[in-house]
Design a protein around this ligand. Structure first.
Ligand code: ADP
Ligand code: MG
Length: 238
């Protein structure tokens, strides 16, 4: 079970309230997109789910279990960032294996997992290369591979495509969706791009100023926006 439940989640930095109480029940295998303009609190919300930011109040359940205070490593999640920070001196294979090595997995098991993920991501012919010898899309796939080998129950993505050019971005949207559908991993995906949200989401959270203005399918939000903000934001693609 990899449901993720957010119950009245709030976040303040000092006296500044940044997330004002978000409620959402995410089903096992669902692809949720958190969309909204820069500064609205998307990353903060995601980082609370990841355990990289404390939760000021409210409750977070992962797989039905309270996770507010668990360590990131104990949350059964994997995160893919915009700056995917591959280790430049390591090969693709070693980059993908790194987390498993740290976790103490036996070598032959690591090798099998890395090969399986590499095949899935069409990286099997690039395993001996260094990151600088890869294209932007290939590097992004290595970052995905590093997340996949850990076989998490939940994937967290924070604007993973924003460093790529427009054409590649469109291609990678499809690749990520395809992969997620194949693996059936519950996913939370952050973007400021309305089109990206509309094309990828099973359901989306439209955020504005730390508030979830609307939660629904792309069609729901498009045809029945519940707030003026949702209507204007979704109606004015960047
Ligand atoms: P987004 O990802 O939607 O662009 P963020 O979650 O990064 O937005 O930021 C939401 C708000 O919280 C912003 O006003 C930002 O300045 C503030 N914020 C984020 N992180 C911190 C922090 N560590 N300390 C203080 N304020 C922060
Ligand atoms: Mg952000």
């Amino acid at each position: 079970m990899a449901t993720v439940d957010l119950k009245d989640i709030k976040k303040s930095f000092g006296k500044v309230d940044v997330i004002h109480g978000v409620d959402m029940e995410i089903a096992d295998g669902e692809f949720i997109v958190i969309v909204g303009p820069s500064g609205c609190g998307k990353s903060t919300l995601l980082r609370m789910v990841a355990g990289l930011e404390t939760i000021t109040s409210g409750e977070l359940l992962i797989g039905g279990k309270r996770a507010n205070d668990t360590e990131p490593m104990d949350r059964d999640i994997a995160m893919v960032f915009q700056n995917y920070a591959l280790y430049p001196h390591m090969t693709v294979a070693d980059n993908m294996a790194y987390g498993l090595k740290i976790a103490g997995m036996p070598k032959d098991q690591i090798k099998a997992k890395v090969q399986e993920a590499a095949k899935l991501l069409q990286l099997d012919h690039l395993l001996d290369r260094k990151p600088r010898e890869l294209s932007g899309g290939q590097r992004q796939r290595v970052a995905m591979g590093r997340a996949i080998v850990r076989e998490p129950s939940v994937f967290l993505f924070d604007e993973p495509l924003s460093n790529l050019d427009a054409k590649l971005r469109v291609q990678m949207r499809l690749e990520i969706k395809d992969l997620q559908a194949k693996l059936g991993i519950t996913s939370l995906y952050v973007t400021h791009d309305q089109v990206e949200a509309m094309t990828m989401a099973d359901r989306m959270i439209v955020m504005n100023g730390g508030v979830a203005e609307q939660i629904g399918t792309p069609l729901d939000v498009y045809e029945r926006p519940q707030t003026i903000f949702a209507a204007q934001f979704i109606g004015s693609p960047s």
